[in-house]
Design a protein around this ligand. Structure first.
Ligand SMILES: [Ca+2]
Ligand SMILES: [Ca+2]
Length: 227
């Protein structure tokens, strides 16, 4: 056996160590969680109804994911592909629902990387008053980590759901204020439309709040559950 053989073997071991990529953690859907919720940042007394603004300064939706492998070890540094699909049905005929950053098909793609704890969070907002359908798919190719679908009611100072708060919305708000009634204009969700709702509406109007995005396709799963 030549003298240099041990050194040659050592060199081979080192080289294998260099050229072999670290084994990527494989996500285990059974151990991973995806939680769709909304961050409540509005004056609506009904905790189940988000009031959202295209500018994102009222309530907004959030999808939190935590990716673990089969041994419940966090999959950190994992590239995720998250697709959110929205559809809606406006409460008032002729109005729309709007998704900020969403395309005309109601889709928005997020490419994110998990942190050391295997966690990642994405957020979105929009406009319009009515029923909103939210579907999501979280993938760490080739694994589909989770999917989900909910429907919820939303309200917005963007009353007509075109992604901007301007006089078109004021034209819809003023009649509510005159009668003191109107589900969509009742931003405080106390059953009446009065100056408390004006206080909620005006900052978004004066700020000309808006976002880039698209009106959402008509939802097929939205029942008449939202007024
Ligand atoms: Ca509007
Ligand atoms: Ca009110």
């Amino acid at each position: 056996m030549p003298r240099y053989t041990p050194f040659l073997l050592l060199l081979i071991v080192i080289l294998i160590g260099i050229v072999t990529p670290a084994m990527a953690a494989i996500p285990d859907p059974a151990n991973s969680t995806c939680t769709l919720t909304f961050i409540d940042n509005d004056a609506c007394l009904d905790p189940a109804i988000p009031v959202w603004c295209p500018f994102g300064d009222m309530s907004f939706f959030e999808l939190e994911v935590e990716i673990l492998d089969g041994s419940s070890i966090p999959c950190g540094g994992l590239d995720l592909r998250i697709v959110i699909r929205l559809a809606g049905r406006a409460s008032i005929a002729g109005n729309d629902m709007f998704g900020c950053g969403f395309d005309a098909a109601g889709e928005r793609l997020y490419n994110v990387t998990t942190n050391a704890l295997g966690q990642a969070t994405i957020q979105f907002s929009g406009g319009g008053c009515g029923c909103l359908e939210i579907g999501y798919v979280v993938e760490a190719a080739p694994v589909t980590v989770c999917t989900g679908f909910i429907t919820t009611c939303v309200k917005s100072p963007d009353l007509n759901g075109d992604g901007t708060i301007n006089f078109f919305d004021t034209f819809q708000f003023l009649p509510c204020l005159g009668t003191g009634l109107g589900y969509c204009c009742d931003f405080t969700c106390d059953g009446a439309v009065n100056f408390f709702d004006v206080f909620q509406y005006l900052p978004h109007l004066s700020g000309g709040h808006s976002c880039l995005g698209n009106m959402l396709p008509l939802g097929t799963s939205c029942s008449a559950s939202c007024p």
